[in-house]
Design a protein around this ligand. Structure first.
Ligand SMILES: C[S@@+](CC[C@H](N)C(=O)[O-])C[C@H]1O[C@@H](n2cnc3c(N)ncnc32)[C@H](O)[C@@H]1O
Length: 326
């Protein structure tokens, strides 16, 4: 049951050997040319009733470079503990050491498979559906009246649950690098959908009470930079929630989950998807889970950029809910 929740606090030693996710921070690719199809249309201003497919905005100017706040610059020892790239290179999909190729692969993959995402997520999501997302947001302390940022908003599955709780679309901003994913989000017109990366959020300092990132952690190019950005954007005592699937603890459980996610899920995707690359996305999904930095390292990184009260709860042995405060 999802009530089977286990808590972990920061400080548990990392048991995995030194891995590539400790490697140097990535270089984000230069911004590409605005595609006219996603330009904001003329007409009446967005209101809270109208629902429509999300129309991703591009920030008007290049965002300022990501810098961890000076008050919390990690010491060299702490810096060595931070996770930058969350997993080692997956060379079945892009070349080792080529940060731009990884980024381009992700953007292309999410753009091209976006049309299948919601349907497959419903069929294959194993509890990561709307009910679970809403419960996790409530557990993390999301309340009406809060200004919320949904990082890696994709097709808006977390955003829809945020609105069930807050009912204030004008107080919600979604950020994602994939215009294709955001274009599938069917949200009230007052929700702002902005094209951008977690590592360089196109948002002002201290502009949110609650920042959430759902199932995008494994796709981030520099986790420490992204967490530092969350800290920059959230107001003092504001809250952060990061949802992610983690490998189960035991070998048998890991093997069984792998059998399902690396075998069954891509097969079912092949039967159900409209896009030929969708089964590959779901294979990639498992490969990133298997290679991902362990939860203790993620928690050290949250604490290492100056976030406080860092906690992790686990539902069903695999659904990690990382919470923290500014
Ligand atoms: C698996 S989807 C999750 C979407 C949604 N949050 C959900 O719960 O269904 C992951 C999303 O992360 C986005 N993403 C990939 N790299 C990112 C980055 N560096 N910063 C923010 N989002 C990123 C992808 O474009 C994709 O839409």
């Amino acid at each position: 049951m999802l009530h089977d929740v286990e808590s972990t606090s920061i400080g548990k030693p990392c048991t995995l050997p030194e891995q590539a996710w400790r490697s140097a921070p990535c270089v984000l690719p230069p911004r590409t040319v605005l595609r006219p199809v996603f330009e904001r249309g003329e007409g009446s201003p967005p209101n809270c009733q109208t629902r429509r497919k999300c129309q991703p905005e591009r920030p008007p100017h290049s965002c300022r470079p990501t810098q961890p706040p000076s008050a919390t610059h990690p010491t060299p020892e702490r810096e060595a503990e931070l996770v930058h790239l969350p997993h080692s290179a997956l060379t079945d999909y892009y070349a080792d050491g080529d940060a731009q190729a990884r980024q381009a692969f992700l953007r292309q993959t999410f753009d091209s498979t976006a049309v299948d995402y919601n349907r497959l997520e419903r069929v294959l999501g194993m509890g990561t559906g709307s009910w679970y997302r809403r419960q996790a947001l409530q557990r993390a302390g999301l309340l009406p009246g809060m200004d919320v940022v949904d990082v890696g908003m994709g097709t808006g599955l977390v955003a829809s649950e945020i609105l069930h709780i807050t009912a204030e679309p004008h107080k919600l901003v979604g950020v994602d690098p994939s215009p294709g994913m955001m274009a599938q989000a069917n949200l009230p017109a007052a929700v702002r959908c902005v094209e951008g990366w977690a590592e360089k959020l196109p948002l002002p300092d201290q502009s949110a009470d609650f920042v959430v990132m759902g199932y995008a952690l494994r796709h981030i190019a520099d986790l420490a930079a992204a967490f530092a950005e969350f800290r920059r954007v959230v107001r003092p005592s504001g809250k952060l929630l990061v949802l992610e699937i983690s490998k189960p603890e035991g070998k048998l459980a890991t093997q069984m989950l792998k059998l399902y996610m690396r075998g069954m899920v891509p097969l079912m995707a092949k039967l159900l998807a409209r896009e030929p690359s969708t089964p590959m996305l779901w294979r990639y999904y498992w490969d990133t889970i298997e290679a991902c930095a362990p939860p203790a390292a993620v928690m050290r990184t949250l604490a290492g950029v100056g976030l406080t009260d860092v906690k992790r709860e686990v539902a069903l042995g695999i659904f990690s809910e990382y919470t923290a405060r500014r």
